[in-house]
Design a protein around this ligand. Structure first.
Ligand SMILES: NC(=O)c1ccc[n+]([C@@H]2O[C@H](COP(=O)([O-])OP(=O)(O)OC[C@H]3O[C@@H](n4cnc5c(N)ncnc54)[C@H](OP(=O)(O)O)[C@@H]3O)[C@@H](O)[C@H]2O)c1
Length: 285
């Protein structure tokens, strides 16, 4: 698969999102591991996870542990795979998602992620979501300290607007490697952030690129142009969507979620799908 760049690291131009393997509706572990292995077989070298991808309060880091086990059981060298995790979201166990962006929490969350992933330094650590109770520069300052101490190799942020991207870049002394925001055919309000990342040369990782687990299957009917182009080309609307995203900018690296080998294989084939200018214009509209 073609490569794109996060900071100083080359990764496959499409990654695997781990969230649906660990939250409500998740499959059994064997199917999740088969999905991760199918992604690796197809050349994926970027896997996105977070300590908050779990259900019960006692299973924090469910997805990080699952990814670590899947990598360990792959049967080939996976040291070149970038596992990108996040801290700053908390799931108390009642189905809700809360935030804690305090430096104390981020430090202890990072230490716990290091243990679960079984690495000396986390490849990419992302501040998951701004915490209204904590000044943004303080949260990102904690990420900078982890970077300076070598506990993380690269720093990213998520759910950030252009002002926060600029502030994070300043706090990190120009070392902001990635921004992860929601972006899909029906959710395009992150375009200003995508354009800013393009201008600054920062990787942009669209989350829920297919509209999220509950909507991904109906993407072609919810977004008519994507359904039409898919029919013309004889491929899935999901594949068309990812190819359209890749065409937005060289900094874009989508991370579709998956719980089945078939869906991740289909999504990854988007890297080889060429869309004409005319088709791209229809999808852009
Ligand atoms: N930073 C944040 O705040 C944040 C928030 C949400 C998500 N994320 C990250 O972004 C990743 C992606 O988001 P997401 O998982 O919520 O949503 P998504 O990628 O838009 O959709 C995931 C769903 O798409 C289906 N799918 C994947 N490829 C398909 C294909 N080719 N054809 C048909 N269906 C396909 C999968 O179905 P199957 O289950 O049947 O395989 C999966 O359930 C997450 O996994 C997570 O890593 C980050």
């Amino acid at each position: 698969m073609q490569q794109r760049t996060i900071g100083d690291t080359k990764v496959s131009e499409i990654g695997l999102g781990g969230m649906p393997m660990s939250i409500e509706g998740r499959p059994d572990e064997a199917r999740s591991v088969a999905t991760v292995h199918a992604a690796l077989d197809a050349g994926v070298t970027l896997i996105d996870t977070a300590d908050a991808y779990h259900i019960g309060a006692t299973e924090v880091g469910h997805n990080e542990s699952l990814i670590a086990r899947a990598l360990a059981s792959y049967g080939a060298d996976t040291s070149h795979v970038l596992v990108a995790t996040k801290g700053g979201h908390v799931r108390p166990g009642n189905g809700s998602w809360t935030v804690d962006g305090s430096p104390e929490h981020l430090r202890s969350a990072c230490e716990a992620s290091l243990r679960r992933l079984g690495v000396e330094a986390i490849g990419l650590y992302q501040f998951h979501r701004p915490d209204p109770k904590v000044p943004y520069a303080e949260s990102v300052g904690a990420i900078r300290d982890l970077l300076d101490e070598g506990k993380i190799r690269m720093a990213g942020i998520s759910n950030a607007n252009p002002d926060r991207i600029r502030l994070a870049q300043e706090v990190l002394g120009g070392r902001l490697a990635s921004v992860q925001n929601q972006f899909s055919p029906s959710f395009r309000s992150s375009e200003p952030e995508l354009r800013l990342c393009d201008e600054l040369g920062i990787a942009f990782l669209p989350w829920a690129p297919l509209g999220g687990s509950s909507r991904a299957g109906r993407l072609g009917s919810r977004n008519a142009a994507f359904g039409e182009v898919a029919t013309e080309l004889g491929v899935s609307p999901q594949r068309v969507t990812l190819a359209w995203m890749l065409a937005q900018s060289q900094v874009v690296i989508p991370i579709p979620g998956s719980t089945r080998p078939e869906t991740i294989r289909d999504s990854l084939a988007a890297a080889d799908l060429a869309l004409s200018r005319e088709q791209l214009a229809r999808l852009d509209a």
